[in-house]
Design a protein around this ligand. Structure first.
Ligand code: NAD
Ligand code: MG
Ligand code: MG
Ligand code: MG
Ligand code: MG
Length: 331
C-alpha cells in the first residue's frame, strides 16, 4: 500500500486567509502550532479558561489570549491541543454549545474521535494534522525554515473542503515543507497506540528492565547493568534514527553485530509477536480504549499503583545516582 504525500505546492494557504483559528491548550503542541500559525500570517487566538495562569505567557510570546467561550464562538477552526484525557469534557462544556455551524474541529491525535469520546455535530468539518515530533521541534524547525513531517486525515467533510483545510493548516505550521502524509483517524489512532505500547514506551522499558534485572540477579554490579542495558540505548537509537539498522551496525563492533543478529531474535521470539497481535486486537476492538477511559473515571488506581512500583525499582535509583556523575546530561 502506498500513501499520498503532499508538499507546500499542493496546499492552498488562501483558504485560511479570512479564517480565525482558535487554539485550545498551550502545551507542547499548542504553543508551537499557535506561534507558527501566527508567524505564517494567519489569524490565531489562544482560548483560555477564565483566570488561566497561561494568560501572561501567551501575551509575552506575542499571541492573543481570549476567554475560551468567546474564542470558540468566533472561531472558524478550533484546535484540540489539550491532553487527550481532557478533550471530551472541554468539548461538552465549551465547544458543543458554542461552535459555529460550518466551523472545523482539528485534532493532533485521533483517540477521542475514533473511540466515540467526542461526537461532533454533522455540520462541522473534523480534521487531523499531527506532526511526527514534539512541539519544541515543530517550533525550532519552523524558525529555521524547515518543518516536521505531519499526518493529515479527514473524519468528517461537511464543507467539501476539509482535506484542503487540513493541508493549508499543515502549511501554516511548517509541516508541508517536509511533507504531509495522508492517513485516516482510525489508522493514526491504532498505529500510535500500538507503537507506544508494544515498542516505544512499553516494549522498550520492559526490555531494558528485564536486561537490567538479569545482570543484577546474576551478581553483576547494578551500575554496570544500568550502563549496559539502559543508559547506552540512546547511542544506539540515535544511530538508528539517523540511518536505520544499517548505520547502527556500521558503528558497532563486529562482535556486537554478530551478537545482535544471532541473539536478538531469541529475545523477541515468535511468541512475542503473538502477544503483540493480542495487544493490537485490544486496540482495534476498543478494549484498550474502554479500559483507559474507565481507569480515568475511577481516578487512575492501576495507573498510580504500577507507576509507583517502577519508581521504586532499583534501576531508577541507580540511574539517578549515575546521572549525578554526568551533570552535562540535562543541559
Ligand atoms: P500538553 O500536555 O503538552 O499540553 C496540554 C495543554 O492543555 C497544557 O497547556 C494544559 O495546561 C492545558 N490543559 C490541560 N487540561 C485542560 C483543560 N481541562 N482545559 C483547558 N486546558 C487544559 O499536550 P500535548 O502533548 O501538546 O498534546 C496535545 C495533543 O497533541 C494531544 O492530542 C496529543 O496526543 C497530540 N500530540 C502530541 C505530540 C507531542 O509530542 N506532545 C505529538 C503529536 C500529537
Ligand atoms: Mg505516536
Ligand atoms: Mg500517543
Ligand atoms: Mg557496551
Ligand atoms: Mg560493547
Amino acid at each position: 500500500m502506498s500513501v499520498n504525500i503532499y508538499y507546500e505546492n499542493d496546499t492552498n494557504p488562501k483558504l485560511l486567509a479570512d479564517k480565525r483559528i482558535c487554539v485550545l491548550g498551550y502545551g507542547s503542541q499548542g504553543n508551537a502550532h499557535s506561534r507558527n500559525l501566527a508567524d505564517s500570517g494567519l489569524n490565531v487566538v489562544v482560548g483560555l479558561r477564565e483566570g488561566s495562569k497561561t494568560f501572561d505567557k501567551v501575551k509575552s510570546q506575542g499571541l492573543e489570549p481570549v476567554e475560551i467561550t468567546a474564542a470558540i464562538k468566533s472561531a472558524d477552526i478550533i484546535c484540540f491541543l489539550l491532553p487527550d484525557t481532557a478533550q471530551p469534557a472541554v468539548y461538552k462544556q465549551y465547544v458543543e454549545p458554542n461552535i459555529k455551524p460550518g466551523a472545523a474541529m482539528l485534532f493532533a491525535h485521533g483517540f477521542n474521535l475514533h473511540y466515540g469520546q467526542i461526537i461532533p455535530k454533522p455540520e462541522n468539518d473534523v480534521i487531523m494534522v499531527a506532526p511526527k515530533g514534539p512541539g519544541k521541534l515543530v517550533r525550532d524547525l519552523y524558525e529555521q525554515g524547515q518543518g516536521v513531517p505531519c499526518l493529515c486525515a479527514v473524519a468528517q467533510d461537511a464543507s467539501g473542503q476539509a482535506k484542503d483545510l487540513a493541508l493549508a493548516y499543515a502549511w501554516g505550521i511548517g509541516g508541508a515543507r517536509a511533507g504531509v502524509i495522508e492517513t485516516t483517524f482510525e489508522e493514526e489512532t491504532e498505529t500510535d497506540l500500538f507503537g507506544e505500547q508494544a515498542v516505544l514506551c512499553g516494549g522498550l522499558s520492559a526490555l531494558m528492565k528485564a536486561g537490567f534485572e538479569t545482570l543484577v540477579e546474576a551478581g553483576y554490579a547494578p551500575e554496570m547493568a544500568y550502563f549496559e542495558c539502559i543508559h547506552e540505548t540512546k547511542l544506539i537509537i540515535d544511530l538508528i534514527y539517523q540511518g536505520g539498522l544499517k548505520k547502527m551496525r556500521h558503528f558497532i563492533s563486529e562482535t556486537a553485530k554478530y551478537g545482535d543478529i544471532t541473539r536478538g531474535p531469541r529475545v523477541v521470539p515468535p511468541e512475542a509477536k503473538q502477544e503483540m497481535r493480542r495487544i493490537l486486537d485490544e486496540i482495534q476492538d476498543g478494549r484498550f480504549a474502554r479500559e483507559w477511559v474507565l481507569e480515568n473515571q475511577a481516578n487512575l488506581p492501576v495507573y498510580h499503583a504500577l507507576l509507583r512500583k517502577d519508581e521504586k525499582h532499583q534501576m531508577e535509583q541507580v540511574g539517578a545516582q549515575l546521572r549525578g556523575m554526568m551533570k552535562w546530561l540535562g543541559e
